[in-house]
Design a binder for this molecule. Structure first.
Ligand code: ADP
Length: 434
């Protein structure tokens, strides 16, 4: 029977009781008194049922009290809701336990903080990796417990898109990577990974490339000297091998450029984490580069719009190499009559360097890989223009170490735009993208 039918039945019962009350009242000479007594009976019954509901709910008894009619239906209805909500709560609790168990079993440290940065939960790895414990430190500010360089700045800034990398220091011997995500009403889930092994491997690779490049310079200088000497000799033999000698000279020059770029890249990588604190007048620096390039490429047209006067903090030599790499590329990969434009201005509030060309452009599938070492869209074309494939890798590293974003936009056949967008200076080394 539906609730409405029960309701009508209940109303009918109340009216019947009132009717009986009125009839008895009439019999005893006062209809009003009869009605009053009947009303009191109804009210007493309802109060009794409400009392039972209250008792049942407060005792959280399993089974609902037995009752007929609309009250019985109401009890069943509440009971059904109760069971559904208990089931949902059970499911929620078990998924919460499941999640906590999976976080617990992780080798990485996992910490949950409230919106104010106080420790709410952590797994065992957090304890062993960072020397903190849930028993002692629950409710305490995480930054006061973890004295890691740059960690509190990173948390406070609130931009967690790029993980924070904390290299080994005198206080702590491990290399850590911190990843933060915000959830709920501002709670934070913080993962801290021990990437010491990866860091050591990177260091070994960097040192290896640096050392090999350095060691190769001396034999190359000797080779270059001999080739030049041979070329200057005026003998019949030399005239016979003139072509191979020219080829050798060209290849030696290529190797020199390659070694120079490799050494430079390895130097930038080594000091990438160091704070860039010197004020750089980019307007002057860019103007100087363009003047040199106009002298080197007198037939080419280079326009400049240097509109932003403020200084940025950085390393002049690194910025010089990044800007000249971008402009030289724009000249190399565009036609003789194509215009190259260099801008230094505020874009959406950020100091931005833009190098624009009307050259051959780049197909979209190549763009994400351009900053990889030795990645070239067209190897033979790049070699013909004296490219090493390291130019954009250098630009990328300079950008990362200056907290700038390198943006590449290009339409194949129409030209390319390379921009370095300088974000407010943030302390600490962010994990390089490659
Ligand atoms: P490379 O020494 O070969 O120029 P880079 O690292 O500077 O090496 O550039 C990588 C590749 O990106 C180049 O080989 C070229 O194919 C492409 N590239 C760079 N700049 C431009 C540009 N302005 N227009 C078109 N292609 C470009």
């Amino acid at each position: 029977m539906t609730f409405l039918k029960h309701w009508w039945l209940a109303l009918f019962r109340v009216l019947t009781i009132l009717g009986v009350g009125a009839a008895l009242g009439f019999y005893f000479g006062s209809i009003a008194s009869g009605l009053l007594v009947a009303l009191m009976v109804v009210l007493l019954y309802w109060s009794y049922q409400m009392f039972r509901v209250e008792q049942w709910l407060s005792e959280v008894a399993e089974e609902p009290p037995q009752a007929a009619g609309v009250w019985g239906l109401l009890f069943d209805y509440i009971h059904r809701l109760q069971s559904q909500s208990a089931e949902a709560q059970g499911r929620l609790e078990s998924s919460l336990h499941y999640l906590q168990d999976s976080l617990k079993s992780m080798r990485d440290a996992a910490i949950i903080t409230d919106p104010w940065g106080n420790i709410a939960w952590m797994n065992d790895s957090a304890g062993s990796l960072l020397g903190i414990s849930l028993d002692k430190d629950e409710g305490r500010p995480l930054v006061s417990k973890m004295r890691l360089p740059n960690f509190s700045d990173y948390l406070a800034v609130g931009d967690y898109q790029v993980p924070l990398r904390i290299p080994p220091s005198s206080e702590q011997k491990r290399c850590l990577q911190v990843e933060v995500s915000t959830f709920g009403g501002g709670d934070k889930l913080i993962f801290i990974k021990d990437i010491t092994e990866q860091y050591k491997l990177e260091m070994m690779r960097r040192d290896f490339v640096g050392n090999v490049s350095h060691e190769l310079r001396t034999p190359l200088t000797v080779l270059k000297g001999y080739v030049e000497n041979l070329q200057s000799l005026d003998s019949e033999l030399v005239s016979k091998i003139q072509r191979p000698l020219v080829q050798m000279d060209m290849q030696v020059v290529r190797m020199e450029v390659l070694l120079k770029d490799l050494l430079w890249l390895s130097r930038i990588e080594t000091i990438e984490g160091a704070d860039k604190t010197l004020p750089i007048y980019m307007t002057d620096l860019v103007a100087e580069i363009i003047e040199d390039l106009r002298a080197a490429y007198p037939e080419r047209k280079i326009d400049t719009h240097l509109e932003h006067d403020d200084v940025i903090l950085g390393d002049a030599t690194e910025l010089h190499s990044a800007v000249s790499n971008l402009v030289v590329n724009a000249l190399k990969y565009s036609g003789h009559d194509d215009l190259v434009t260099v801008e230094w201005k505020l874009d959406a509030g950020f100091p931005t360097l833009t190098v624009r060309d009307e050259g051959e452009g780049i197909k979209p599938q190549h763009i994400p890989r351009l900053t990889e070492r030795f990645y070239r869209v067209d190897k033979s074309r790049s070699q013909a223009t004296g490219g090493t494939g390291l130019g954009l890798a250098i630009v990328k590293h300079v950008a990362v170490s200056h907290n700038a974003e390198l943006l590449i936009d290009s339409v194949y056949g129409q030209g390319s735009v390379f921009s370095m967008v300088f974000k407010p200076h943030q302390k600490g080394t962010q994990a390089a993208l490659q």
